[in-house]
Design a protein around this ligand. Structure first.
Ligand SMILES: Cc1cc2nc3c(=O)[nH]c(=O)nc-3n(C[C@H](O)[C@H](O)[C@H](O)COP(=O)(O)OP(=O)(O)OC[C@H]3O[C@@H](n4cnc5c(N)ncnc54)[C@H](O)[C@@H]3O)c2cc1C
Length: 519
């Protein structure tokens, strides 16, 4: 039997949030791709709940941020309970004020995120090849050849210039590339349940039970009295994943929280062991890894889905520019450089957060049940904490200062450096991000006399760069740490390529030629 062959530029394996995000981003750049998934459609399970500011900034470019916000619930408050009594309350609604257009965490189930991304794809005439499984692949210097099995059992060959494994934690792509996935597995068993709860607490807060043997959290979900409960069994609980009945979970919730509650309408529950690992390298030749195929960690901070979406966002523009002949293939190396460093940091920080909420050591127990509830609001209100905690948790603080794509000459006098995300501020009352939606580099000249500035850059690089002259307002001067005119070159993912006090255009040309490899 003859095996049919398809050709494409990018073959995406897996249509979870990471693969779907990559597909949506490639649509923005008009890049040809095929995306396959062995399952039958987007997930029905709620899985990840937390959507952070950086993800919403990315959604904004797909025009789905507003829809996401309208379908979700803003996590405005954390109510801390010890032995069913409220011991502290933290108002999070202004946490990220002035740092992002989305100064909060949105609670929106993974299933709804996937649906929004999938709808975007379909609205742009693209679809996932569902029930289509990657079986094997080989790569040469020129291309990747993959064997996949379709829903009808037919084997087809797909030839692609690049392959991206967004195929989750058990990634066949990672295994086939022989890339190590070092780390550890927590011994304790987690549980998660989506339920309806009747109790005396209002449905306006994330409730955290700071129990002695561990912690447990109740996330308000959209729908009356709907909550996601996440917790961990004690150390002496000796059952494994899949062996635990729902009744045992409910009993544990009641015993541990000591709250008078009635649980009903259980939509979904699961138990799982938490792995904390990252891949040794995010790419090998023409193949890349993104999302859970490259890193897994504890659910503390709700970072998993968001990180996968950012991996895809980081990779998409680089693949697009290389495929369109606008950049040298060397920029693809920066994907591993930037995202591996981030994954290492993520694994360490989520481990630390997890230990604080689940450790049985006396000091952490004391911190959890006594110190934290009493001081949390005070600590959160400290400017220094707000200015570091929100950027960390929301992922807007991720920076690529060490990247080969960050050119530092001349940025000494600025507080914002090459490699940082473009800070958020208002221009004429609207978010700066409203001006940064085109899938291009953005050259921004901040000056006092906007009318007289020239537009001479438009000529040579018009297909990859847009140029805007913007007012050097007191807000901009404070954000960047200078009141003299300056220029910022932003990559298409809105990270700063360089920032310079010079306003001549020579530097742009040097950056694009030497760093990006434009011919
Ligand atoms: C209970 C739970 C709660 C969580 N809570 C949060 C949270 O609050 N916040 C957060 O950010 N993250 C959370 N996460 C993590 C989050 O769900 C994952 O990080 C996210 O799903 C990763 O997305 P992904 O697209 O990389 O991988 P996945 O969602 O695993 O998608 C991989 C896809 O690849 C497909 N696939 C695999 N192998 C093949 C193959 N050979 N051929 C074709 N297709 C294949 C699979 O069918 C699947 O659809 C949670 C996870 C769980 C389980």
């Amino acid at each position: 039997m003859e095996i049919s062959t398809k050709q494409t530029d990018v073959l995406i394996i897996g249509a979870g949030p990471t693969g779907l995000s990559l597909a949506c981003q490639l649509i923005r750049y008009d890049i040809d791709f095929i995306i396959i998934d062995k399952s039958g459609g987007v997930t029905d399970y709620s899985k990840a709940l937390g959507v952070h500011a950086r993800t919403l900034e990315i959604y904004e470019q797909l025009d789905i941020a507003e829809k996401a916000v309208s379908q979700g619930t803003i996590a405005g408050k954390v109510r801390m309970l010890v032995g069913a009594k409220v011991r502290g309350e933290v108002d999070l609604s202004h946490m990220g004020q002035g740092l992002s257009q989305y100064p909060y965490m949105l609670v929106l189930e993974q299933s709804k995120n996937e649906r929004l991304l999938y709808d975007y794809m379909q609205a742009h005439g693209k679809d996932v090849l569902w029930q289509t499984e990657l079986e094997s692949f080989l790569q040469t210097d020129a291309m990747v050849t993959a064997q996949v099995k379709t829903a009808s059992g037919e084997s087809i060959t797909i030839e692609a210039k690049y392959l991206v494994g967004c195929d989750g934690p058990k990634s066949l792509v990672r295994h086939a590339l022989g890339l190590g996935f070092e780390g550890s597995t927590f011994e304790r068993l987690f549980y998660v349940a989506d339920v309806q709860i009747d109790w005396s607490f209002p449905h306006n807060a994330l409730h955290v039970c700071l129990a002695r043997s561990s912690g447990m959290a109740f996330f308000p979900m959209s729908g009356e009295k709907r909550y996601r409960i996440v917790g961990v069994f004690p150390e002496d609980f000796n059952k494994d994943e899949g062996e635990t009945l729902y009744e045992e979970i409910e009993q544990r919730i009641k015993d541990e929280s000591q709250i008078d509650l009635n649980i009903s309408h259980v939509n979904w529950f699961s138990t799982y062991k938490v792995h904390t690992r990252h891949v040794e390298k995010f790419s090998s030749g023409r193949c890349f890894l993104a999302g859970d195929s490259a890193h897994v960690h504890t659910p503390a901070g709700g970072q998993g889905m968001n990180t996968g979406i950012q991996d895809a966002y980081n990779l998409a523009w680089k693949l697009a520019f290389v495929l369109q002949g606008k950049a040298d293939t060397k920029i693809l190396d920066s994907y591993n450089q930037e995202r591996l460093k981030n994954a290492k940091h993520l694994v360490q920080s989520t481990d630390r957060m997890f230990n604080l909420v689940s450790s049985s050591g006396w000091l952490l127990k004391f911190m959890r049940t006594v110190v934290m509830p009493a001081l949390a609001q005070y600590i959160i209100n400290l400017k220094v904490v707000r200015n570091s905690f929100f950027p960390f948790i929301s992922q807007i603080g991720i920076s690529y200062r060490d990247s080969a794509l960050s050119k530092h000459d001349g940025n000494e006098e600025f507080t914002i450096k090459a490699g940082d995300r473009m800070p958020y501020f208002l221009v004429d009352g609207a978010s700066i991000y409203d001006k940064l939606r085109e899938p291009k580099f953005h050259l921004l000249a901040f000056t006092y006399n906007v009318q007289t500035a020239s537009n001479e850059i438009e000529s040579d690089y018009v297909n990859m760069l847009d140029y805007q002259v913007l007012p050097l307002s007191p807000d901009v001067a404070k954000t960047f740490g200078t009141d003299k005119p300056f220029t910022v070159l932003l990559r298409p993912d809105n990270y700063i390529g360089f920032i310079s006090p010079k306003t001549s255009l020579d530097e742009v040309e040097i950056y694009l030629k030497q760093v990006i490899g434009c011919s």
